[in-house]
Design a protein around this ligand. Structure first.
Ligand code: NAP
Length: 322
């Protein structure tokens, strides 16, 4: 089968499409024929791992332990293992699994795999899991959120576009979104009550305060957000911050002052994927897609994701059926 692989760390050019063995499902796994995948920020960072050296403790010190690439998929179940009861060949599914940018991927039945939302194409469905599941798991520790004022910084990214919709339509919060000029209308259409154009206005100086500030792109900081937080408010970020200082700051805020800082730790859970599907089916969530590339354009696709300027998600067409 054709799959995107990389034998070393480096710029997007280390990626290539290669012929590799088709995986064989274990008893508790399904084999998915992948129609569409995506390039997430995390996928791009995994390739360029030289810039994030500590992650190599987990991914391989000198070279990547796993040469496969990608994490989101949407496709059709081709085979099921002997112990699988919840899926049958022909089912349309979507989910998250490392190595998804390939014509086939095996996924545990108990893993992050669920029936594809009926109203979405494969390309649209592939763009749902990463942003929505990361946003859900990062925001949950800040609950209850109903009726609270929540500011989302970096609202036009994959996690940001997911967070705005989940906050508005699932957590039922009052959302203020911060993004750049080109994304103001998209972000407003996702359910934000207010949108701050960060190129024209600094939200920290406009006198507004919020119960929660969610830094969905990890480019702000607790120190700069502090005066925009109400007493007792919480700053949540998705990034470890400069010199990995966020865990220390988070610990410090437990003992000093009433405002808290939290590092959001994203997880991919089946129950959250089922929730994301239900929200899509109910018309409360839609994936925002910026660009779609063919599998052979993987270098360009990762280069664009690395630019940090994408709006929502970047999709890859893996098979013609997508
Ligand atoms: N905690 C976890 O478990 C976890 C897991 C995976 C990833 N992450 C982190 O999550 C972050 C966001 O991921 P993502 O996939 O949502 O990223 P993304 O889609 O690549 O984010 C792109 C968006 O970021 C915005 N942006 C870029 N530079 C900015 C800046 N200096 N200030 C404000 N906004 C800026 C851009 O919006 P504008 O149009 O406004 O410029 C763009 O729309 C990644 O950096 C990654 O480190 C965390």
């Amino acid at each position: 089968m054709r799959a995107v692989v990389h034998d070393r760390y480096g710029p997007p050019e280390v990626l290539r499409v290669a012929d590799v063995d088709r995986p064989v499902p274990q008893d508790d796994e399904v084999l998915v024929g992948v129609h569409a995948s995506t390039v997430t920020r995390g996928d791009a960072m995994g390739v360029r791992s030289a810039d994030y050296r500590f992650t190599r403790l987990f991914t391989g010190i000198r070279r990547p332990r796993s040469t496969s690439f990608g994490s989101e998929f949407a496709g059709v179940v081709e085979e099921v293992g002997a112990a699988v009861t919840g899926f049958t060949p022909g089912d349309e599914v979507f989910g998250v699994k490392h190595g998804s940018t390939a014509e086939y991927v095996t996924v545990r039945e108990s893993g992050a795999i669920a029936p594809k939302p009926t109203g979405l194409t494969f390309e649209e469905a592939a763009a749902v899991p990463d942003g929505s599941l990361l946003a859900l798991t990062c925001l949950r520790p800040a609950e209850p959120l109903r009726g609270k004022g929540v500011l989302v910084y970096g609202a036009a990214g994959s996690i940001g576009t997911a967070a705005v919709q989940l906050l508005a339509h699932h957590f039922e919060a009052e959302v203020t979104a911060v993004c750049d000029t080109k994304d103001v209308e998209v972000v407003r259409s996702l359910g934000a009550t207010d949108v701050v154009d960060r190129l024209r206005e600094d939200f920290t100086t406009n006198g507004q305060t919020y119960d929660v500030i969610f830094d969905a792109v990890g480019k702000h900081s607790f120190r700069r957000s502090r005066r925009s937080l109400k007493p007792g408010g919480t700053y949540v970020t998705v990034d470890l911050g400069f010199m990995y200082h966020v865990p220390l700051v988070s610990l410090g805020t437990r003992f000093v002052g009433s405002r808290r800082a939290n590092l959001g730790i994203g997880r991919y859970r089946k129950e959250d994927l089922l929730l994301a599907k239900a929200l899509v089916d109910a018309g409360k969530y839609r994936p925002v897609i910026d660009r779609t590339y063919a599998l052979d354009e993987i270098v360009e696709a990762v280069g664009y994701v690395e630019s940090g300027q994408k709006t929502g998600n970047v999709v890859l067409r893996v098979s013609e059926a997508a």
